[in-house]
Design a protein around this ligand. Structure first.
Ligand SMILES: Nc1ncnc2c1ncn2[C@@H]1O[C@H](COP(=O)(O)OP(=O)(O)O)[C@@H](O)[C@H]1O
Ligand SMILES: [Mg+2]
Length: 188
């Protein structure tokens, strides 16, 4: 039965993905992308994923190709295994057995440093400088902010790439005001 025009359902997406995965990964990706794009608002795209709004609180991130399922898998793994106070958008669900798509907490992306600064008690420059210094093992005169310390813990624990972490376009804010990294799948 064609699904066109019906409402989005995560259960349905799950079922479609499970059915299609036996054929090829490309086909599973195509089917998930078609199902989502006919029902949800497309809110973002990067080199690895297409992102759709499920609700005000959740997004669906679908891999663009077989290589980019690794980004989804890495985010799911980090989200599951990292500290409760880690500054990340949490992954709520992932496609099984392959991470063709994930469902994550929805953030409002900061598209520039002033948006970060409005939501935070620090400048982007001080944040970036402190994270770089921390990763380089340098001591700084200023005490580390909570966000800097939590970011460094995340980076140390999961081998996140520095360029991913110090790109303001990878950060945003949740409804509760917490500042989170939402693009963290590119591990070294
Ligand atoms: N959790 C999220 N909440 C809101 N928007 C998001 C979220 N994750 C990604 N996006 C949007 O989708 C775009 C692409 O997602 P991103 O995680 O950067 O994927 P890629 O790995 O392909 O770079 C982002 O630039 C952002 O605009
Ligand atoms: Mg990105």
């Amino acid at each position: 039965m064609p699904d066109v025009g019906s409402a989005f359902s995560l259960e349905r997406l799950n079922a479609l993905t499970e059915q299609s995965i036996g054929r090829s990964l490309e086909e599973a990706i195509d089917i998930a992308t078609t199902y989502a794009s006919e029902r949800l608002q497309h809110i973002g795209a990067g080199s690895a994923r297409n992102v759709y709004a499920i609700s005000d609180d959740l997004v669906l991130k679908i891999a663009r190709n077989r290589n980019s399922i690794h980004q989804n898998a890495a985010e799911a793994k980090i989200s599951k295994s990292t500290a409760a106070n880690a500054p990340i958008a949490r992954v709520i669900q992932r496609a099984r057995p392959k991470s063709v798509w994930i469902v994550s907490q929805r953030a409002t992306p900061f598209n520039n440093t002033s948006a970060f600064e409005e939501a935070s008690d620090q400048t982007w420059l001080s944040f970036e400088t402190a994270v770089r210094a921390g990763m380089g093992g340098k001591k700084t005169a200023e005490p580390r902010s909570k966000l800097v310390q939590a970011t460094l813990n995340l980076v140390y624990d999961h081998g996140l790439d520095l360029p991913d972490v110090i790109d303001v376009k990878h950060w945003g804010v949740l409804h509760d005001g917490s500042i989170v990294l939402f693009d963290y799948g590119e591990v070294e």
